[in-house]
Design a protein around this ligand. Structure first.
Ligand code: CA
Length: 165
């Protein structure tokens, strides 16, 4: 019985660890949500903000927008203890963009990208829309990030991001 219990506990929590994402409600922060300040730009300029006027849940959401015309870029946050299979959910809003994507990116020990999983995509304006998708992490993946990517001239918002086994 003791052996069974320890194996069960190990499988449930102690060995695998629970995946977590910081500040998924975007509640914490100032000008930018805590844990969500890193942007990556492929074209033009994008800027991230903590939006206290447009949100799915008070007091704030994350807004990513193009600056001065067409842009392609993303904002991303680490998912800690990301291994095995878990579900990523959240809410997205989009305005004026050609494409808005939420995706999970997996990198190996040397930061080579090994995995990309689309969680949500829209090419039209949408009011707050929920997404929820299971992801299975490749065994070679050591670092996992969630990203909100925009393409075009406009704004997208994300809020209430959760990761759960
Ligand atoms: Ca919120």
């Amino acid at each position: 019985m003791r052996r069974f219990l320890s194996l069960t506990l190990c499988a449930a929590a102690a060995c695998a660890g629970e995946p977590a994402i910081p500040n998924g409600s975007m509640t914490e922060g100032g000008d930018t949500p805590t844990g969500w300040s890193e942007t990556y730009t492929m074209k033009g300029r994008v800027v991230v903000a903590r939006d206290t006027e447009v949100f799915a849940s008070a007091p704030a959401s994350l807004r990513l927008e193009s600056l001065a015309g067409e842009a392609v870029g993303n904002v991303n946050a680490f998912i800690s203890d990301a291994s095995g299979t878990f579900t990523v959910s959240g809410k997205v809003r989009s305005q004026g963009l050609k494409r808005t994507v939420v995706a999970m990116m997996g990198f190996d020990q040397t930061w080579q990208m090994k995995q990309w999983v689309d969680l949500y995509e829209t090419k039209a304006d949408v009011d707050w829309t929920s997404f929820s998708k299971p992801v299975s992490i490749d065994p070679a993946v050591k670092h996992v990030k969630l990203c909100l990517m925009i393409e075009g001239d406009g704004k997208a918002w994300i809020d209430d991001v959760e990761v759960k086994r």
